[in-house]
Design a binder for this molecule. Structure first.
Ligand SMILES: [Zn+2]
Length: 136
């Protein structure tokens, strides 16, 4: 689940304290748009007292089909991209991949499979891939 949390921050300019809401964890397949926000580090909040922009620096739990990891939002974009690429959250071009939820694609050309079953698996796989492509 993508999990929101609120935290109190103190404005470094005027010392006013106020609460902000941010994503403590991001579920990459439910909220891929938040990955873009994370990559772009759009964790800026306006101080309601002096109207200056304040940057929230925090570790965010990225929850993706390959596992979970903590990354700080103020890491360099190259670092974030490299890590997210290792976890198949984004591709080489930095585009967010729409993962097939929790399903490991079966192998249809396993020598132990009879041909009918292999055909069924192939069909199932293509349907999944089609569905995935249409969603993106
Ligand atoms: Zn302020």
């Amino acid at each position: 689940m993508t999990h929101l949390t609120s935290t109190e921050i103190i404005c470094p300019h005027c010392k006013y304290s106020f609460r902000v809401i941010w994503e403590a964890s991001i579920n990459t397949w439910l909220n891929p748009e938040l990955i873009q926000k994370f990559l772009d580090d759009k964790y800026y909040y306006e101080c309601p007292n002096c109207m200056k922009q304040i940057h929230l620096v925090t570790k965010i739990l990225i929850n993706c089909p390959k596992g979970m990891l903590w990354i700080s939002n103020d890491e360099k974009i190259e670092t974030k991209k490299k890590i997210l690429k290792d976890y198949d959250v984004i591709n080489e071009k930095g585009e967010i991949l729409a993962p097939i939820m929790g399903i490991d694609l079966p192998v249809e050309d396993h020598p132990g499979l009879n041909s009918n079953l292999a055909k069924e698996i192939k069909k199932f796989k293509n349907e999944l891939l089609d569905k995935n492509n249409n969603n993106s």
